[in-house]
Design a protein around this ligand. Structure first.
Ligand code: ISC
Length: 433
């Protein structure tokens, strides 16, 4: 179980500088297969990404200054680290993984620098070792044993049952109709309990196989496969994949094509999407010289649902790191609402649960400020044999509570399947297209 720590803005002055070495290595096989059972971190998509384990440095923080504290802490380490990097790619040299609370209160955030990181990008694979002073011996990289499957998992409603949650959605629709706000994203949780402690490497492997176009992640108990990239910063270029507007898939390809066309024309979903795109474009604009915001969304096909999606791109003109940009973007209207302050107030008034790190930024960053921060969606918090699964939906004036509940159920499917089946999309369910 995670402990709330005392926030510290920078490494203690007496702390030994981190000593970091990155070397290119022969392909050691699938990244997730390398993870040991203790303290694994992961950020992978289509076989590329980063995995890490061990703790060379760690920050635990909370509250409205969580991003600023993480930024200062990271700048402190980046400024003092002794780095020998023979690869020079985004994600080489000093790297941290992080996961941030959705809300200013309550919720804990964590940033960790692993002792060992293995990364892959295209044809290149590298190994980074980090010690707090001294020289480390490079680990022997080999596939760890098969993780055990979760045993006898059962599910129960979380803080708010389905029928009551429909009532919460209906209340949000009333508030929107009364002119209090335009959009709010409401979420609910499910509780899964297994007969034994769950090894997170099992659902991670299942999620990455079943949802290859999503970013499969794990940081300190929070895991999932998110389709939404809050922000990626890479050598001055930033990109963001905005999702909002959803339709469930049926398992029948021809029918799904018709549904995709209907989604692309649905005024309710286009409205919901437009708020999310606008919130991202407005937050990135002050940091960019040029931005590309496509006029119309495309339809992203996932095995369980289809989303309206827009890829926003820009060229950064200032020194904002990936984390600074994530902090500026969070919470976008894909997880908060419009206007943001009223939506956040309504969420804490009527949602009836604490989101923790669900829907907060999750990802990694290097010492140059390049990195990827996704939104922790299709995610769950693991604590021994217990898992809290989360799913939410954007609510606008024309939302129907029953349909929103069905949409939330569909968004639980990735983690639910990863805990209960062999992780591959169930019979008849489509794969990603
Ligand atoms: C809040 C979630 O999804 C967001 C991202 C994509 C589509 C969404 C929607 O259509 O409501 C949500 O805004 C979630 O998956 O928990």
């Amino acid at each position: 179980m995670r402990q709330s720590g005392t926030p510290s803005a920078a490494p203690a002055p007496e702390a030994a500088p981190l000593v970091v070495r990155t070397v290119e290595i022969d392909d050691p096989g699938p990244l997730l297969a390398l993870l040991p059972d203790s303290g694994p971190n992961a950020w992978v998509r289509r076989g590329e990404g980063l995995v890490g384990w061990g703790v060379a440095a760690e920050l635990r923080t909370a509250g409205p200054d969580r991003f600023a504290e993480a930024r200062d802490w990271w700048a402190g380490h980046a400024g003092t680290a002794v780095v020998r990097d023979e690869v020079h790619e985004p994600g080489t040299g000093l790297v941290c993984f992080g996961s941030f609370a959705f809300a200013d209160e309550p919720g804990d955030s964590v940033v960790v620098v692993p002792e060992v990181v293995v990364g892959r990008r295209g044809e290149r694979t590298w190994l980074t070792t980090v010690t707090a002073g001294g020289i480390s011996t490079p680990p022997l990289l080999e596939a760890a044993g098969e993780p055990p499957a979760p045993v006898d998992v059962t599910f129960a409603d979380g803080a708010v049952g389905g029928a009551a949650w429909e009532g919460v959605v209906a209340e949000a629709v009333r508030r929107i109709a009364a002119g209090e706000l335009e959009k709010v994203v409401l979420a609910r949780d499910l509780l899964a309990t297994a007969a034994e402690d769950i090894d997170v490497r099992w659902p991670l492997r299942m999620l990455s196989e079943g949802y290859p176009t999503c970013w499969t992640f794990h940081v300190d108990g929070l895991f999932g496969a998110t389709p939404e990239m809050l922000v990626r910063r890479e050598r001055g270029l930033i990109t963001s994949r905005v999702l909002a507007g959803t339709i469930r898939r049926t398992g029948d390809d021809a029918r799904d094509l018709g549904l995709a066309a209907a989604l692309a024309r649905s005024s309710k979903d286009l409205e919901e999407h437009e708020y999310a795109v606008r919130s991202v474009a407005d937050a990135l604009a002050p940091h960019c010289t040029s931005m590309n915001v496509p006029e119309a969304p495309f339809v992203l096909h996932l095995p369980n649902v289809m989303h309206l999606a827009t890829d926003v791109a820009g060229v950064v003109h200032d020194t904002a790191t990936a984390l600074d940009l994530a902090a500026a973007l969070h919470p976008s209207a894909a997880v908060g609402g419009t206007p943001t302050d009223r939506a956040l107030a309504l969420i804490s008034e009527i949602e009836g649960m604490a989101r923790g790190r669900y829907a907060g930024p999750v990802g990694w960053m290097d010492a140059t400020g390049d990195g990827e921060w996704g939104i922790a969606l299709r995610s769950a918090e693991l604590d021994g044999p217990r898992v809290r699964l989360f799913a939410g939906c954007g609510i606008v004036a024309s939302s129907d509570p029953q349909a929103e509940l069905a949409e939330a159920q569909a968004k639980f499917v990735p983690v639910r399947d990863a805990l209960t089946t062999d992780g591959r999309p169930a019979e008849g369910r489509p794969t990603e297209g």
